[in-house]
Structures are given as C-alpha cells and as structure tokens.
Design a protein around this ligand. Structure first.
Ligand code: BGC
Length: 802
C-alpha cells in the first residue's frame, strides 16, 4: 500500500499568537467544538494500487512534491507544458463519458490523464448514489456527517475512474432566488466553512482531489434564460459582483479560507462572474494575493466550465492554472502567442504547470494505479445508508401541533397528497444525479404504516378532489416541491410560481415593497387549470441535465395546501424544495417539515421521520422569509439582479439572518431553527478567558420523553465603533443526541479571529474596543443565555450586558 499522501489541515499555531493584524489573519476565527465538529485528518486505509510512474527521476517517492515537480518541469518542452493548461474533452460535461472533464496526460513523460467528475450531490456519470442536496447537509449542522458524505461521494467518483471531484460548493447564499440555493450550505459563512472542511477531508481520504467552488462571490445565475447555459439579466457569465473588501473577507471568502487552511483542499474552481471589475478567473487579488499569499494555498486553480476566464494573459498572470473543459482562452495558439509576444513569462508558465503537478504528486497520483471504472466496486448499501442518515439529519421540523410523530398519534388512515410523494424532486444542472435506487415517500410510508393503516394517494392536481380524500382520512400528508436549476434563478419564492410570475418577478426587484401581482392573479387560474397545467409542465419541464426550461411549475400548490388544510385539521406539509419558500398557510396546518431535495433515500428517511423512528435532525441553514419583498436585496434591482450586469452588494455583510436581525424584520422561520420530537433546556453559560481566546461552555438537557437531536449555537455580537456590525453572528455550534433526562455540557473556543472585523483602511483583521455580546441557545432568534465581554489590556473580562 502507498503512503497516504494527504495532509491534515492544521489549526495549530496561531492560537498562541497575540492580537496583531497578522495573527488575526489565521483561520482560527472558527471555534472548535467537541463532538460532531471535531473532524480528524484524512486516512481511510485505502489501497491505491501499484505505482504507474515508471523509472523517471521524478518517480522517486522519497523526494518532496516540490522536488519531483522541479525535475519533471525540467524535462518538459514548452509545448508540453502548455498542453497541461487546458482540458481536452468538450463533451464529457454533457455525457459524463469518459468523465465530466479530462486533461490528457503526456505519455512520453509518464503523465497519466486526469479525470474529473461532478459533484456535490454525487457523480454525474451514469448512475450513482443521489445524496440529499447540500442545503440538507447544511441543515444537518454536522461536519462529521459532511465528512461521511464527502467520503462516500468521492469513493464513487473514484470507482468511476476519476481523480478529482468538483465539490463541495461553499458559496454563501445571498439571495433565496439563486438557482443553486440547493447546492449551498446556506447563508452563514461559519456553517459553510465547517461543513465544507469536513466534506473535503472525507473526499480527500479517498485519494480524490476535492475542488472547492465557486471562488468567489458567486451568488446568482441571473433572470430569464435557458438553463443551464444562459440568463439574460444579471447572468452568471457576465455579472460583476461589486462588493467591498470587508464584505468579501467576512462573508464570501471565509468558507474558502477554511477549505484551504483547515480542509487542505487540493484545488479551487474559480467562478464565472466578475468581482469588482475583474473576472474571478482573472483576478490577481483573488487568485494570488488572497488565495496563495494570505492563505498559503499550494494546490491548483481550475476554471468553471466554458467561458469563466475571459482573457489569456490576464488569467495566466493572475493565477489560473487550468481551463476546463477545453482551452478557449487557453487554446494552444493563444498560449503560445502570449508567451512569444512577451505578455506572459516562461516562469509564469512553469508556476502554472508546477501548481498542477505538485498537487498531483502530493495526492499520490503518479504513485498509484489508475482508479478502476467499475460501479461493482461501490458499496451501494453503505452509501445509501449515508444518504438516508443525511436526509434524516437534514430534515427540519418547522411546526408540530401534536400531529407528529405518527407512531404516537396512531392514525388508522393517511391521505398522501401531491405528485412529489411519488417522484424524486432534485436540482438541475451539474448536480442532477441519476440515482442507483429510489423508493418514493409514498411507497415508504405505505411500507412503514403496515397493513392495519389505510394509505390513500391523490396527485393533487385537483384541489377539491384532494380535499375530499383528506377529509376522509385521520391525517393528510401534503407533499409539495419547487423547481430550481443551475443557469437561471427562480422567478419567485412562492410554491405557486408559474409563467405568470415572470413579469412580476422582474417588477418586484424593480419596485421597493413589490407590486400588486396583476398578471399573476389574472393568468394563474388559467395556467394552473387541469387543462393547461400538464401541457405547460411538460413544455417547461426538465430538458437537459435535469434542468427545466424555466424554473416554474404550473400547480397551485399553495391553493392545494389551503384546500386540504380546510378539509382536515391534521394536515402536515412536507416541503421538497431547493431552499426557502413562502408558507402563507403555515398558521392553518398542523405540521410542517422542510425536507429539501432529499436524494434517493428521501422516501425511507421521511417515512422514518414522520413515524418517529428518527428524530428530525435539521435546523434551518437559511431564513424562511414571511414575504417575497422581505428579503435582503428585494426591491432594489441595482443589488439584484443588477443593472447593466453590475450587482451592487450594498447590503454589505447584512445578508441572511444578519439582515433580518439588523432591520427588525420577522421571518417566517429563523436561521438555526428546527424542532425535535423531544424538548431541551439550555442553561449555565460559562466563559473562561484563556489568553486571547475565550472558552464558552453551556449545558443542555433533554427535558422531554424521547431521545432526540439538539443543536446548541453560540453567537457573537461585535461592537460597532468603526464599522456597523450585525446584532450577532454564528461562531460555534454542536449537534448532540441526548436520551430523555440526559444532560451534557458542550464547550466552544472562540479564537481571536472570532472577535475581529476586516479593517479595510489597514488591510487586516482588527479587534475593536468595546463590548462583545456572547449569546447562546438553539436558534438565531432563541438565545436565552447572554454574557458580555470587554477587551482589556490583560485579556477578556466578563461585563454584565452590552
Ligand atoms: C458548474 C460547475 C460544474 C461544471 C461541470 C458548471 O456549469 O457551474 O459547478 O462543476 O459545470 O459540470
């Protein structure tokens, strides 16, 4: 067996440093917590097979990756070097054959081809285990579980013959209409960083290189277009994210920083969009100054597929190492012209190629056999179990007026309503995975309910008929879903989002407070009628890569829920959506679950949660707004989708719950919220200053009659003398399984970085003078425990309240 070529991310050194700007540049703004958050390093005891390197000098495994790279570079012609700077297969991204992306090697030098696969939900090559969408993993609040998911996906990527996986997605959610909400870990950078690092460690333990994406400030697909290719208004290939450095450093960059420093990620995918005028794939600031100089990244940067880099010399000089899936601006003649014309030095070419080769050496790519392509090697039952666990732990119980779990309320008849109960709602684009297996929620509920319980089904296309079925049953379970895809943003957050919403969606973003929904109210009854809806759903349904022609469906699902709830007070709604949706009927239903796009095991997982065989483990990684116009950037088209392809991030750091809290806007359901079937108490918050760090601990008790999940959360409110700070921001969380009556104390260490803000004037992290509010509880809006801290020359002092 080959030595493990992987390093573990190091949290170590900066702990002991003082509060200088340099010290605060470390990644230790993260707090570390005890159980779920504590990921070990990468080592799965995997047998990687015999070396394929040959007798070349650079095959000497006793040399360092850098030494081996230098030897290999010295043996290469310029032409050979240039050939490694771009992928070689334009079609794999469509077909998955032989891989999503391929970079041919150089047989003369024994450099094997490099194969790459999507992605965050599983490989998009043939069939695979379709994991729950990453937003469900966000809801699971469990880095150890993220690690298991990353490991399982990378294992499949590997047994489909690939060396690299285009995942995880750690883009921080700015706008809930974003077509790829489902692919993110939600709206908080700390949460996204912890989960991303866990995922990366799991993936890289398989000998597969993780490719964290999409760097940076990639927050929108744009409105009105043809997914996954093009959107006319604020489309991802052209939009310029105009964002101040503090917001970048505090919100959009941290998950990438943690991926590098803590996850030890091998590669980074730069995004399609521009950032402050420079293409993300041609930004020296992002690719060199931040990524390599500040964070010490030593892997390689590859470009998102087709047209992310905009110019040859610009990208080469900025730090883009590999264009995928083929060379457009890195086409051989353009590369040659850039070198021979003197716009790019040979040393720069060596740096670009060297970054790729050094990473491949680091990951043992030369020193093992090619990974076999054989689905038979995949442990499908084990991966299905991971998918089911992730779906259960990611399902968020938002409301329960005594109707769940069904094992306790023991209905003798259940009406299952809604087409999504027998389909597999999932996101379109590069995360559309063909599942190995699928058991629908309807089938799983029937199996779990057993012969003594009558389970009826109605597809829900006729609300009156569905309501009749519901009225005849003890409990009604209504399954609803939305459509979301890469390439174009959603029109609306409503579950009744049809073509009629297109004009309103644009106007809503143009007019503060929204406009009366005139076209919608006139056209909707026609478009959602049984006559037109099936035809329109067919026309605008998925056409390529799981992407619908437009992210709309023509079912009035809100109307369906209202009708069913009016017919049966014991109605439970199950949301299978890519992200937050509007819930105008929430006061009239007895139960509400957010199951996201739950993956191939979503059916069995939901049956287990509904019946109480599993406790709903999820907590919201995104705010559910109460109204469409009550979202951070609604009503200002300059912010979203942008004017003339400029999206002004003038809301700054105030996105997600930071915005709702700052502006006193009550959401429908807040970030961090989710119920268990049990009840929990938090108390006894204790703070211990430890030099420049602070150890925060609190006690959790299961006060209910069932075992269940609780997710303690620690938030910090920074003083605002220099820059305006959100009321509070997540700085630590844990996930505990507690038996009835069980009590446990959890501890978090807040490192200096947790207390610091980005000081744009001085270009570094600073800790402001003033009072810091530490708040703990079980959601961003349920923080009963509070202590204030003041910074003194001797360290931190407890100080009443801020
Ligand atoms: C997506 C990437 C994906 C790539 C390859 C792009 O359109 O933005 O996330 O990895 O396609 O499928």
């Amino acid at each position: 067996m080959k030595r493990s070529p992987f390093r573990t991310g190091g949290l170590a050194a900066i702990l002991s440093l003082g509060l200088t700007a340099a010290a605060l540049g470390g990644c230790n703004w993260e707090s570390s917590s005890a159980s779920a958050g504590a990921d070990g390093g990468a080592s799965a005891g995997v047998d990687f097979g015999p070396s394929r390197c040959g007798d070349f000098p650079w095959c000497d495994e006793s040399l360092s990756p850098a030494e081996r790279t230098a030897l290999l570079l010295a043996a290469m012609t310029l032409d050979e070097k240039l050939s490694l700077l771009a992928g070689d297969d334009p079609f794999g991204v469509l077909t998955g054959t032989p891989a999503t992306g391929t970079s041919d090697g150089i047989p003369r030098l024994g450099i094997p081809p490099l194969y790459m696969s999507d992605g965050p939900v599983g490989p998009r090559e043939g069939r695979a285990t379709a994991m729950p969408a990453p937003i469900a993993l966000g809801a699971a609040f469990n880095p150890a579980l993220a690690r298991e998911v990353g490991e399982a996906i990378a294992n499949e990527v590997r047994f489909k013959g690939n060396d690299l996986v285009h995942a995880p997605t750690v883009d921080v959610l700015r706008h809930p209409l974003f077509g790829r909400v489902f692919e993110t870990y939600g709206e908080d950078p700390y949460l996204a960083g912890r989960l991303g690092a866990g995922w990366i460690r799991g993936a890289q333990s398989q000998g597969v290189i993780a490719n964290v994406k999409h760097y940076a400030a990639y927050t929108q697909e744009g409105q009105i277009g043809i997914p996954p290719v093009f959107a006319a208004v604020g489309g991802r290939h052209l939009v310029d994210a105009v964002v101040d450095e503090r917001t970048l450093r505090e919100i959009y960059l941290p998950p990438f920083e943690v991926a590098v420093r803590e996850g030890g990620v091998g590669s980074v995918m730069c995004a399609y969009n521009f950032v402050n005028g420079a293409p993300a794939c041609g930004s020296r600031f992002l690719l060199q100054e931040v990524l390599r100089d500040d964070w010490g990244f030593d892997g390689f940067v590859l470009a998102d597929y087709f047209f992310a880099p905009k110019a040859t010399a610009q990208s080469l000089n900025a730090g883009l190492d590999l264009e995928m899936p083929i060379g457009v601006v890195y086409a051989k003649p353009l590369l040659q012209a850039a070198v021979h014309g003197g716009q790019v030095s040979r040393a720069t070419i060596d740096r670009r190629v060297g970054n790729i080769l050094r990473t491949l050496f680091r990951f043992g790519f030369f020193d093992r056999a090619a990974f076999p392509s054989d689905d038979g090697l995949i442990d499908k039952p084990a991966h299905a179990a991971v998918a089911r666990e992730a779906a259960e732990q990611g399902t968020v119980l938002l409301k329960n007026a005594g109707v769940l779990p069904l094992s306790e309320t023991a209905p003798t008849s259940i009406a299952v309503i809604g087409e999504p109960a027998r389909t597999l709602p999932s996101g379109g684009g590069s995360s559309a995975v063909e599942p190995f297996d699928f058991v629908s929620p309807l089938a799983a509920i029937r199996a779990r309910a057993g012969a003594g319980v009558e389970v009826t089904f109605d597809p829900g296309d006729d609300a009156a008929r569905a309501a009749n079925k519901a009225a005849a049953a003890d409990v009604a379970l209504v399954f609803v879903a939305d459509r979301a895809t890469e390439g174009v943003d959603k029109f609306c957050l409503s579950l009744d989002c049809t073509l009629a919403d297109a004009p309103d969606a644009l106007l809503l973003n143009a007019l503060p407070g929204g406009l009366a929904d005139i076209p919608d109210s006139l056209l909707d009854p026609i478009l959602t009628s049984p006559l037109f809806a099936p035809v329109l759903d067919e026309v605008f349904g998925p056409v390529a890569l799981g992407s619908p022609l437009l992210p709309v469906s023509h079912r009035d699902q809100d109307g369906l829920i209202e009708a069913v709830a009016a017919a049966n007070p014991r109605t439970v709604v199950i949301l299978e959506t890519g992200g937050p949706v509007l819930t105008p009927w929430r006061d009239r239903v007895a139960g509400l679950l957010a199951a996201w796009f739950p993956g191939q095991e979503g059916g069995p997982a939901l049956a287990r949660v509904l019946f109480g065989d599993a406790d709903p483990g999820g907590r919201l990684p995104v705010t559910f707004p109460a109204a469409e116009h009550q979202t951070p950037t609604a009503g200002n088209p300059a912010q979203y989708p942008g004017l003339a392809n400029r999206a002004e991030f003038t809301e700054g750091v105030f996105i997600g719950y930071r915005w709702y809290d700052e502006h006193g806007v009550a959401p429908a359901y807040p970030f961090g919220f989710g119920l268990s079937y049990s009840t929990f108490a938090v108390d006894d918050l204790q703070l211990d200053a430890d030099g420049d760090s602070v150890r925060v601990s609190l006690r959790l008790a299961n006060t209910g009659g069932r075992a269940g999940w609780t997710v303690p959360q620690v938030y910090l409110g920074l003083p605002s003398p220099a820059v305006r700070q959100p009321p509070h921001a997540l700085r630590g969380f844990d996930k505990l399984w507690l038996a009835p009556g069980e009590t446990r104390r959890v501890a978090f260490t807040l490192e200096p970085r947790a207390f610091s803000y980005w000081d744009s004037a001085h270009g570094g992290w600073q800790i402001a003078a003033g009072c810091y509010a530490v708040a703990a509880g079980t959601s961003s809006r349920d923080l009963p425990l509070r202590v204030a801290l003041t910074r003194t020359p001797g360290g931190w002092r407890e100080d009443g309240d801020c």
